[in-house]
Design a protein around this ligand. Structure first.
Ligand code: ADE
Length: 224
């Protein structure tokens, strides 16, 4: 999969792109990340990307012509591209959506600016996504969330079992996990996990996942 990110701050993505799962996905040839500096498409000597709001208003918003030029340049001639604007006004991202996105060939993520974007930009994109009901200072952190959550689901990046059983994949939270020491200041690892009885262990994990979900996220159980 290719993920292109159109942003005014390409630098902020570099440490993340070089790290951990993302680095592994790229060196395995499963993922290609392209950072596109929106400033390069800016207008005039000052490479202006934003402008004042018609009718009056606070701040400067991103211009449609600048974004249009960037999207056109980035759209792949070979592959179908899905263009996504990160905005608090979008559909809220969840694991189901992440899974859907992980099946695409080319995602183009557009990082909005906190003052906003020209409304007509909405005509240039396939989807609008929000990462939650709060306002961030730009679409960069949300784009990182999409990049990270989608990349780890690409086939061959993580062991498949790891992503099948994790939280939300079946609208269940994960059961509790423990490592050494077996007894820490009187807090003991449940006996069943030390029993070596795999049948019993799986049964316990299934029950604990349901109990934990009931207690913390009963809304998820309703979706099952
Ligand atoms: N830009 C600013 N806040 C955002 C949010 N919550 N989700 C996506 N993009 C945003």
């Amino acid at each position: 999969m290719k993920i292109s990110i159109i942003t005014l701050f390409p630098e902020v993505f570099k440490p993340l792109v070089k790290t951990s799962i993302l680095e592994k996905a790229q060196s395995a040839g499963k993922l290609k990340v392209e950072l596109v500096d929106l400033r390069k498409f800016g207008i005039g000597r000052h490479k202006q990307v934003d402008d004042r709001v018609y009718g009056g208003g606070i701040g400067m918003i991103l211009r449609i012509d600048v974004l249009d030029a960037a999207i056109k340049k980035v759209k792949s001639r070979l592959r179908r591209s899905k263009v996504i604007l990160l905005t608090p006004q979008g559909e809220t991202l969840n694991q189901k959506k992440v899974k859907e996105l992980s099946k695409e060939k080319h995602l183009i993520l557009i990082c909005g600016k906190y003052e906003g974007v020209d409304e007509r930009v909405r005509k240039l994109v396939d989807e609008e996504l929000s990462i939650g009901d709060y306002v961030l200072s730009g679409g960069e952190v949300p784009a990182m969330v999409v990049l990270d959550s989608v990349s780890r689901l690409l086939p061959g990046v993580l062991k498949e079992e790891a992503t099948q059983l994790e939280s939300f994949s079946q609208n269940l939270l994960e059961p509790p996990q423990y490592t050494r020491p077996e007894d820490y200041k009187g807090m003991k690892v449940p006996k069943v996990l030390l029993s070596g009885n795999h049948g019993e262990i799986e049964k316990w994990r299934g029950e604990e996942a349901v109990n934990k979900t009931k207690e913390r996220r009963p809304d998820l159980l309703k979706k099952r």
